[in-house]
Ligand binder design. Structure first.
Ligand code: SF4
Length: 315
């Protein structure tokens, strides 16, 4: 029998599901139990193909718009949040809905509405086209909020066009990149109102710090997460910027190039906030079969946050 190649595998913690994702998935599963299939969900409940496939097999139908749902059916709104228009549309259609928006995204919605009510123009740092950004921008009239994606967007703002300004951000951004953008924005608008507590959520921050803590020890880091998942993509970027030269986003364990892995002596493995631990276990099972692996765990924070379920599903 061939002698197995030796590997060191760094397993940072926290990783995987956050409280908002756990709550959203629970809402869908409890709705399936309470109301029976099919259950309609507007947009992917969280951005992870494994989660989406698993729920589809249990009787969930994911749709893009409310128009895709037959009359009389219930709908669940995804963890990323929805605009006020979508909620209004559901009410007009007399559709029962359950809102699985993460409470930390709702906090950003409340900030946007409060600033608008107080006469501020709002700058939102985030990624165009992401459902969370669409949902947040859709809380207030279009001309009262401006999306800023990068330094160019900030540099091209006409300072004199705005009177009172406030700042909010998407919850799943890179902590370091966002800090740079905020610094630039504050230089231009010294009186800008910032969020009372950072909008980037605890789960995003912790997972990025955990990856940073192993990045310069690893020849390669594998991030388990969906290709359309903001927090997964950010983890890959953070790993790269923190010193790891080879970084992979793994949306499907079957796509991992195990042959290529032979050349890496030390490997990091993590999962984004929307990726289940079952995929980490699957990865570990395969890597343990192929190589002689020494696992080194690295915990940088303990998380014990949970969010309440909606009343109708608690009963
Ligand atoms: S990543 Fe953060 S904001 Fe998004 S669902 Fe998880 S806890 Fe909520």
């Amino acid at each position: 029998m061939n002698k197995k190649i030796e590997k060191i595998l760094y397993l940072p913690n926290p990783r995987g599901f956050c409280a908002g994702v756990e709550r959203a998935i629970n809402i869908v599963e409890l709705s399936l139990e309470k109301y029976g299939p099919p259950i309609y969900v507007r947009h992917e409940i969280v951005h992870n193909p494994w989660v989406v496939n698993d729920l589809e097999e249990k009787g969930v139908i994911f749709v893009d718009e409310l128009d895709d749902i037959p009359d009389g059916q219930r709908v669940i709104f995804s963890a990323h949040g929805v605009s006020s228009e979508v909620k209004k549309e559901a009410s007009t259609k007399k559709m029962d809905f359950t809102d699985a928006t993460c409470p930390l995204v709702l906090k950003v919605h409340f900030e946007a509405k409060r600033h608008f009510d107080n006469g501020f123009h709002i700058f939102l740092i985030g990624h165009k086209g992401h459902p969370e950004v669409d949902g947040t921008m859709g809380q207030i009239p279009k001309n009262s909020i401006t999306l800023l994606e990068n330094e160019n967007d900030i540099n091209s703002l006409d300072k004199d066009k705005y009177d009172k300004v406030a700042l909010i951000t998407q919850t799943t951004l890179s902590v370091d990149d966002t800090a740079k953008l905020i610094k630039l924005l504050k230089k231009k608008f010294p009186d800008i109102i910032e969020p009372p507590r950072e909008d980037i959520c605890y789960a995003t921050t912790n997972r990025q710090m955990a990856v940073k803590s192993i990045a310069n020890k690893c020849d390669a880091i594998y991030v388990i997460g969906g290709e359309n998942s903001s927090n997964s993509i950010r983890l890959v970027e953070v790993a790269k910027k923190s010193g790891c030269r080879n970084n992979f986003l793994v949306s499907d364990i079957n796509s991992v190039d195990w042959k290529e892995m032979e050349k890496f002596r030390s490997i990091g493995l993590t999962a984004s906030a929307s990726a289940p631990e079952i995929l980490i276990n699957e990865f570990l099972k395969i890597i343990n079969k192929k190589f002689k692996v020494e696992i080194r765990k690295n915990t940088i924070a303990n998380e014990n946050i949970t969010f309440k379920l909606p009343k109708e599903l608690r009963e």
